[in-house]
Design a protein around this ligand. Structure first.
Ligand code: CP
Ligand code: NVA
Length: 301
């Protein structure tokens, strides 16, 4: 049974195959209305639980639509409405849900919740974001990069901003896909030390983006961060905003990515979001295709 918990714990050949398969599936249904079923219906008869302990637009809708296109059914569950939010253990929840559904996707706070779910479920579990990682997002991002600018292997990816969960999954992906990753941000918001080995840290954002093939940023305050940190973080991160002056220092054909939701004119200017380098809405679309491929890999269908 294949859980999809993290990029660094998944076989690189499997990761490659998932991206390539996602591309094939996307091309196969190009031009069709969104609700048209895929020809092969690989999830026919399968039930998928989508659990959210945090808000979501993209993850929620893309998983739901993806399952339906593949012929399966979904139930979207809010953590607070489940007994899980009222004292039932994650292990018992995992055992119970495994009697009803064929696949579980969970977005949660602590990584341990995801790991406990995977340990005690007898069906595959997919990580839909934790405080620490967001692997489905990075699979979509790699797919998006390669659609626009070819193989990501050997390319330079620069992250500007907070060393958060989305960055961590980029750091996990770098050795698996063979790209170079530079982090630029203030020292107090560095990624966790365990990630420092495989990355370059450069405090000067303008130096960092020189020669970049891809520039990425994310919100300055994540869902798990205390709102009280907001003002301090804005002061710390202001100099790391992705704007036209910063993008001008990257390669002329560099791409700009953001997992969204974006806070326009905080971490990225509207000029960049809506400008020629930006592929943010392709990224959002590719969540759908990448996750369909991930679900098929999990279920072996
Ligand atoms: N990028 C992303 O995961 O978006 P949502 O929070 O809307 O799911
Ligand atoms: N870093 C953000 C990503 C949202 C998709 C958060 O965790 O809130």
């Amino acid at each position: 049974m294949n859980h999809f918990l993290d990029i660094h714990t998944t076989d690189p050949a499997d990761l490659r195959q998932m991206i390539d398969h996602a591309r094939t599936m996307k091309v196969a249904r190009q031009g069709r209305p969104k609700g048209t079923p895929d020809d092969d219906q690989p999830l026919s008869g399968r039930m998928v639980a989508l659990i959210f302990e945090k808000p979501s637009t993209r993850t929620r809708v893309s998983f739901d639509v993806g399952v339906r296109q593949m012929g399966g059914e979904t139930m979207v569950l809010s953590g607070t409405d489940m007994q899980l939010g009222h004292g039932e253990t994650i292990a018992d929840t995992a055992r119970v849900l495994s009697r009803y559904v064929d696949l579980i996707m969970i977005r949660t706070f602590e990584e341990q919740t995801l790991l406990d779910m995977a340990e005690h479920a007898s069906v595959p579990v997919i990580n839909g974001l934790t405080n620490r990682t967001h692997p489905c997002q990075i699979m979509a991002d790699i797919m998006t990069f390669e659609e626009h600018n070819g193989p990501i292997k050997g390319r330079k990816v620069v992250w500007s901003g907070d060393g958060n969960n989305v960055f961590a999954s980029f750091a996990h992906a770098a050795p698996q896909f063979g790209f170079d990753l530079t982090f630029t941000g203030p020292a107090p918001l560095d990624p966790e030390p365990a990630l420092h080995g495989g990355i370059t840290i450069e405090r000067d954002p303008f130096k960092a983006v020189e020669g970049a093939d891809l520039v990425v940023t994310d919100t300055w305050v994540s869902m798990h961060d205390p709102q009280s940190a907001r003002e301090r973080r804005h002061n710390q991160l202001r100099g790391y905003q992705v704007n036209e002056a910063l993008m001008a220092r990257a390669k002329p054909d560099a791409l700009f990515m953001h997992c969204l939701p974006a806070h326009r004119d905080d971490e990225v200017t509207s000029a960049v979001m809506d400008g020629p380098h930006s592929v943010v809405f392709d990224e959002a679309e590719n969540r759908l295709h990448a996750q369909k491929s991930i679900m098929r890999w999990c279920l072996g269908v």
